[in-house]
Ligand binder design. Structure first.
Ligand SMILES: [Fe+2]
Length: 135
């Protein structure tokens, strides 16, 4: 599977959010790059947990800014963020045994979700935060 390459069009105009998106992309890229080397269930679970934990940190930071500046799509964003975490967790906690390989379906979901969330949803706040003087 292809890794995600950061492009300028991913920039949401708020440096802190761009940095967090880059870090999240980096964590997903690592999973993509090591998909076939990762066979230890415990390591896979740890890396996925690390990624979802960081995603939550990022989502909270984003939601905090939205609350602070009165962004009207905040509750919509919260729902999408929550759904992403739940779906990701359901991918690897569906059975008692857990996965012993990282499935392409999971990696494809992570990569597609993040890219389209940034480009379609987060991009909607770009002009809003810019008008509030954030950069
Ligand atoms: Fe985001």
């Amino acid at each position: 599977m292809e890794i995600i390459n950061w492009r300028n069009e991913f920039s949401v105009g708020v440096a802190e959010m761009d940095e967090q998106h880059k870090k999240l992309i980096g964590m997903i890229n690592r999973l993509i790059e090591e998909q076939h080397n990762l066979t230890d269930q415990k390591t896979i679970a740890e890396l996925l947990t690390e990624m979802t934990d960081y995603a939550q940190v990022h989502f909270r930071a984003e939601e905090y800014l939205m609350a602070e500046y009165g962004y009207d799509e905040k509750s919509n964003q919260e729902k999408m963020h929550q759904a992403f975490i739940e779906k990701t967790i359901s991918f690897y906690s569906a059975t008692d045994i857990g996965p012993n390989i990282l499935s392409t379906a999971l990696l494809d979901y992570l990569s597609t979700w993040l890219v389209s969330h940034i480009l379609k949803e987060d991009m909607k706040y770009k002009e809003f935060f810019r008008s509030k003087g954030l950069s």
